[in-house]
Structures are given as structure tokens and as C-alpha cells.
Write a protein that binds this ligand. Structure first.
Ligand SMILES: Nc1nc2c(c(=O)[nH]1)N[C@H]1C(S)=C(S)[C@@H](COP(=O)(O)OP(=O)(O)OC[C@H]3O[C@@H](n4cnc5c(=O)[nH]c(N)nc54)[C@H](O)[C@@H]3O)O[C@H]1N2
Ligand SMILES: Nc1nc2c(c(=O)[nH]1)N[C@H]1C(S)=C(S)[C@@H](COP(=O)(O)OP(=O)(O)OC[C@H]3O[C@@H](n4cnc5c(=O)[nH]c(N)nc54)[C@H](O)[C@@H]3O)O[C@H]1N2
Ligand SMILES: [Mo]
Length: 568
């Protein structure tokens, strides 16, 4: 994020794009509500009536999959109505003329039939965004989970650049990251292409620096993104590239990856699967070895918040039983494999890491302790360097010539469109009471009492009436790849022809249906769009029994006490 989360409430205008804070990050959402109370204008681009849409000044209820057409059309209006910040563009950016050529054709009238948003509404939104300072963009999975995702992120950055909305507080663009420490995982180099601190594995000087520090030769090859793994196990022709062993750490691909039938086949065929987790999950059912780890309340360490803020986590309780902190498990495995790791504590690991990462060097335990948190970049160890709440101060960007680059692309539709056999669209999202693969929240009885299997499919009320479907009725939902059973939830918050499911449910598992087509740069799947069909189930009693049987069965396999005898 170019801004800090506390700055959200002081923006003059918020463009909230494919992000549902109320369900996904309630604490961030409170900042949005407080911003509204302070007079912030809210423009919400979401095909559903989310809570942010409900309190927005303008709701751009676009057709799913049309993001870039909308973003380019807003840029077109800003330029053609003379609302762009020409001084900022001249002094701080490059590539504007090429960008103009791309957005030329995206008049609001051109975008209207693609986005299903009236041209006049697009104009109004562009005017409010361009003229209300400072303006901030927050975006989420409604941008990232498409085959055209990175292009839209760049498109949103173009809007901020052309209106001079970089370089001060409460402006810029913010991907509001998912898990508590997903930003930290990336910071620490848990990416196929970089060492800690976003230092690229293909740059010889960087590689040499890490080789020297660690005393081992390192590969110059970029690793394998998680979403390529099934293919590399099942279909890779080159023996050298084929994957035979899969070490899965804090991830449940058998629930959270797209096209689960293919994932299961891959896990089945893989010669050796290791799973390191704090709970049993669906992937664990395929593991040859399970390494039980301690959870957040049992650990010491540092997490990075979505806004680049390093925060200390402290141990609250002593772990019981046969489990160890993740870092100790990793150190032991490394030692057993012939590379001894003898860290005494997490601070030692942290100190080694910051000394190798110029943008983190100043973030010492002492400062994180004293200031309650430090946002990177923080380059200097002196106590005066307290880190960087917002990026690109005074329009100085992190490129060689300090200029930002405009990057325009044309919109293209999602890969799998509605058709005769599968006439509706499926988009998969989050709900407030359950978390990702549901190991954590599904093991909590209170949360299970609020919402339990097999979850819901949100459908427009008219569509439900046409199919004679009532609230709570079990339905079958199918795509080209598979099917599952879930409950019907009629709602006017979604548009006719569209369906929405949350991906937490083990029985109502929407990833049986989703497509594994990826964005070419981020390698993120198109979770937000595929073609589907909903079928009525006549025998509801059978369906209720069937769902319960499936649920009991999966819990028994996972060793969860169902109260019916099956137990760990
Ligand atoms: N309770 C709970 N909280 C969570 C999680 C959880 O599982 N449960 N997961 C965490 C994780 S890992 C993440 S990454 C974050 C994600 O948080 P969000 O980014 O909020 O995630 P989603 O709900 O998947 O998608 C956001 C919105 O995108 C919209 N959308 C769908 N299609 C389109 C489209 O074509 N265009 C646009 N503009 N919008 C579209 C959806 O309607 C939805 O409201 O949440 C985190 N927080
Ligand atoms: N259809 C659909 N699928 C999606 C998405 C979607 O929107 N739609 N969203 C995608 C996104 S954005 C994400 S981030 C993924 C999330 O998917 P996952 O990363 O697979 O799910 P999580 O529930 O976040 O956690 C994974 C595992 O980590 C374990 N865990 C938790 N804490 C610790 C720990 O401290 N140590 C260890 N070793 N393990 C721990 C949990 O028990 C769980 O089994 O799902 C993706 N899948
Ligand atoms: Mo995520």
C-alpha cells in the first residue's frame, strides 16, 4: 500500500474497487465509516451491493469482469474534461502519450455496454475522483482474481498518477492484503522470484550477496508459483522440471486452489507430500508426513501488516503436546539436510534478515518495541528513522530516474463466458464469520453455530423466483469442472444472472467449480468469474441427509470429533 491504514479516514475521496472491507477486514472498514463521518466521498466499484456500496456516494455496479473498461473510461473522462494534473504528469511521470493512445477509444459511451454502467454515472465518478483531494484507491480481490488483474492494478495507478494523487498522506493506491501476515511472507522472500526484501534472484550481485552471507551456492532460476504445481506434477514433459515432492506450509491447496479435481489428482500422484500446519485440513489427507506447528498465541516474531508495518507478536501461552514453532521446524529440517541452522530465537533471524535487506535495515526490534511498529522502507538504524507511513513523498518514485511510468492496456473479457449449458456466472468471495479454508474458524463452535456447512449461494431474487427456489433450499451448482451442493440465498444485492459463493465450505466447496486460468504475471487464478448452472433438487430430505453424511465423513477423515464416535 502506498498509504498507511490510519490515513484512510482522512481521505477526501475513496475509490473502493473490488474490495469488501466490511466482511474481509472489519477494522479497516471502521476507518472507511469514520472517513464517511468526516465527509469523505465514497465511490464503490463492485458488482454487488456491499456495505461500502450501501454508504457510498456513487455505486458503480459494474458487470463482473469489466474492470479495465471502467478504469480506462474514467481516465478518458479525466483527460477529456481537463481534470488531469498536467504539472504532476510533466514533472514526475513518463509514458503519458502512449497511455493516451490506449484510452482514447474508452469513452463512457464505449464502456457502457461492457460495464453495464450508464455513461453519465461513469462521468460523475471520474469528476468526483479527480476533483476531491486527497483521493485514495483501495482495491481487493475483485481486481486481483482475474486473468486480467495486473493490468487493472496498473490502470488504477494510472488514475492516481494522472490526478497527482501520490506523494502525500491519504492518497495513492492500497491493495488491502489478505491474511495478517501475507505481506510479511512476501517481505521475507516467500515468493518464487525474490530473496527477502524484494531482491531479485536473477540479479548476479544480489545472488552473490546472499551466497556470501549464507555460505552456499544459490540457484539463479526463478522458482515455481503455487498455481503451476498441479501442472508440473501431472503434465510436465521435462523430467528435470517435474515435481516429485511438495512441502506445503500454512496453505491448504485441496480447499483453496481452483479446480479441485485437478488438485486432488496432483496431490495423489505426487511421490511425497509434507504438510506443516496448526490444524488438520483437506490437504493433510494427502500428506505422507504432517508437522504440527504452534499457532500465533504460542509464538514470538514479527508480522507485517498490509500497510508495510512491522509488528511484534508475543507468546501468550506455552504450547502443549508434540508441536513446535514453525521456525524451529524449518531450522531442524535444514540441519537434518546438511545445512545447520542454529538460531537461538526469532530476533537473531530478524537481525540477519534486516542486515541483508536495505529497505528493512533500520527496523530493529528495539524500534518496533518503542514505536509500537515500523513501516518500511526504514533504512537507518538510528532511532530518528521511524520508517515511512506513506510512499513516494513529493512525487519521488522508486525508479532509477525517480519517475513513475504510465502503463495502458486494453480490456479483455474473462476466459469462460456464460453459454447455453452454463448460463450464469459464478464469482467467489468472503463472508465475515469464517476464514479462508475454515480450519481456524471451523474448529470454533461459536462461529460454527453462526454459520455452518454447506454454506450459501447468493442469487438474485428474480432468478430464484424463476427457478422456484426458496431461501435455505439445497441446490446443486455445476460448472464444466465439477459440482457441489449448497443453500440458496435470494438477495437483491446481486444482479440477475450472477451467483456468488464463499470459498470456506468443505461441502459447498466452490473450488470444485472455479477455473485454473491465471493472470500471466501474478499467476493468480480467475476465482471471480466462470460459467455455471444452478439446479433445483426435488428431494430436499435426501439432500439434507446427503450433506450431513458428507460432512460427518470429512470430519471423521480429518479426525475431528463429530460427537458420533469418530475421533482423532
Ligand atoms: N472473514 C474473512 N475475512 C477475510 C478472509 C476470509 O476468508 N474471511 N480472507 C482474507 C483474505 S486471504 C483476503 S485476500 C482478503 C480479501 O478481501 P476482499 O478483497 O474484500 O475479497 P472478496 O470478498 O473476495 O472480493 C471483494 C469484492 O470483489 C467483488 N467483485 C467480484 N467481481 C468483481 C469485478 O468484476 N469487479 C469488481 N470491481 N469487483 C468484483 C465482490 O463482489 C466482493 O465484494 O480478505 C481477508 N479477510
Ligand atoms: N474460490 C476461491 N478460492 C480462493 C480465494 C477466493 O477468493 N475464491 N481466495 C484465495 C486467497 S486470496 C487466498 S490468500 C487463499 C487462502 O487459502 P489458504 O492459504 O490455503 O488458507 P488459510 O485458511 O489462510 O490458511 C492455510 C492453512 O494455514 C494454517 N495456519 C494458520 N496459521 C498457521 C501457522 O502459524 N503456521 C502454520 N504452519 N500453519 C498455519 C491453517 O490451519 C490452514 O490450514 O485462498 C485462495 N482461494
Ligand atoms: Mo488472500
Amino acid at each position: 500500500m502506498s498509504m498507511g491504514i490510519p490515513e484512510i479516514e482522512d481521505a477526501g475521496c475513496l475509490l473502493c474497487f473490488g474490495y469488501n472491507g466490511a466482511d474481509s477486514h472489519p477494522i479497516v472498514a471502521r476507518r472507511i465509516v469514520r472517513g464517511k463521518q468526516k465527509g469523505m466521498k465514497i465511490i464503490c466499484a463492485d458488482p454487488r451491493v456491499t456495505e461500502t456500496a450501501r454508504i457510498s456516494d456513487i455505486h458503480l455496479q459494474l458487470k463482473g469482469g469489466s474492470n479495465l473498461a471502467l478504469v480506462n473510461a474514467m481516465a478518458n473522462v479525466i483527460w477529456n474534461e481537463g481534470l488531469a494534473d498536467k504539472k504532476f504528469i510533466d514533472e514526475h511521470t513518463k509514458g503519458f502519450d502512449e497511455f493516451l493512445k490506449v484510452i482514447e477509444k474508452y469513452t463512457p459511451e464505449y464502456a457502457e455496454p461492457i460495464t453495464h454502467i450508464p455513461a453519465e454515472t461513469i462521468r460523475r465518478a471520474a469528476r468526483v475522483y479527480a476533483t476531491t483531494k486527497p483521493a485514495m484507491i483501495l482495491y481487493g480481490m475483485g481486481v486481483c482474481q482475474f486473468t486480467q488483474a495486473v493490468d487493472v492494478v496498473k490502470g488504477l495507478a494510472n488514475l492516481a498518477l494522472m490526478t497527482g494523487n501520490f506523494g502525500g498522506p491519504s492518497m495513492g493506491i492500497g491493495p488491502v492484503r489478505g491474511q495478517n501476515n501475507v505481506q510479511g511472507a512476501c517481505d521475507m522472500g516467500a515468493l518464487p522470484n525474490s530473496y527477502p526484501g524484494y531482491q531479485n534472484v536473477t540479479v548476479p550481485e544480489i545472488r552473490e550477496k546472499f551466497e556470501k552471507a549464507w555460505g552456499v551456492p544459490l540457484s539463479d532460476q526463478v522458482g515455481c508459483p503455487i498455481t503451476h504445481v498441479p501442472h508440473r506434477i501431472l503434465h510436465e514433459k521435462e523430467e528435470k522440471k517435474r515435481i516429485h515432492a511438495y512441502y506445503i506450509f500454512g496453505e491448504d491447496p485441496a480447499q483453496s486452489d481452483p479446480d479441485l479435481a485437478e488438485v486432488r489428482e496432483a496431490l495423489d500422484k505426487c511421490d511425497f507430500v509434507v504438510m506443516q500446519d496448526i490444524y488438520m485440513n483437506k490437504t493433510g489427507l494427502y500428506a505422507d508426513v504432517i508437522l504440527p506447528a504452534t499457532a500465533w498465541g504460542e509464538n514470538e516474531g514479527i508480522y507485517t501488516c498490509a500497510d508495510r508495518g512491522f509488528q511484534r507478536v508475543r507468546k501468550l501461552i506455552e504450547p502443549e503436546g508434540d508441536m513446535r514453532p514453525d521456525w524451529q521446524i524449518i531450522a531442524d529440517i535444514s540441519t537434518a539436510m546438511g545445512y545447520p541452522m542454529n538460531y537461538k530465537n526469532t530476533e537473531e533471524i530478524w537481525n540477519e534478515m534486516i542486515d541483508l535487506c536495505p529497505s528493512f535495515t533500520g527496523a530493529t526490534y528495539e524500534k518496533i518495541e518503542k514505536y509500537g511498529g515500523v513501516q518500511w522502507p526504514c533504512r537507518d538504524k538510528s532511532m530518528e528513522d521511524k520508517g515511512t507511513p506513506y510512499l513516494h513523498k513529493d512525487g519521488i518514485f522508486a525508479t532509477k530516474d525517480h519517475k513513475a511510468l504510465f502503463y495502458g492496456t486494453d480490456w479483455h473479457p474473462p476466459v469462460e463466458l456464460e453459454n447455453d449449458q452454463y448460463p450464469m456466472t459464478l464469482s467467489t468471495v468472503r463472508e465475515v464469520g469464517h476464514y479462508s479454508v475454515r480450519t481456524m474458524t471451523g474448529n470454533c463452535r461459536t462461529l460454527r453455530n453462526l454459520e455452518d456447512e454447506p454454506g450459501w449461494v447468493q442469487m438474485n431474487t428474480e432468478d430464484c423466483e424463476k427457478m422456484n427456489l426458496k431461501k435455505g433450499e439445497l441446490v446443486k451448482i455445476l460448472s464444466k469442472r465439477g459440482y457441489c451442493i449448497t443453500r440458496c440465498l435470494p438477495t437483491d444485492r446481486v444482479k440477475p444472472g450472477a451467483t456468488y459463493m464463499t470459498y470456506q465450505w468443505w461441502i459447498g466447496a466452490c473450488n470444485e467449480l472455479t477455473t485454473a486460468k491465471l493472470d500471466p504475471i501474478s499467476n493468480t487464478p480467475e476465482y471471480k468469474y466462470c460459467a455455471c448452472r444452478v439446479e433445483k433438487i426435488e428431494d430436499q430430505q435426501w439432500a439434507e441427509r446427503h450433506v450431513m453424511e458428507l460432512y460427518d465423513d470429512i470430519r471423521a477423515q480429518m479426525g475431528i470429533d463429530t460427537g458420533k464416535g469418530a475421533k482423532a
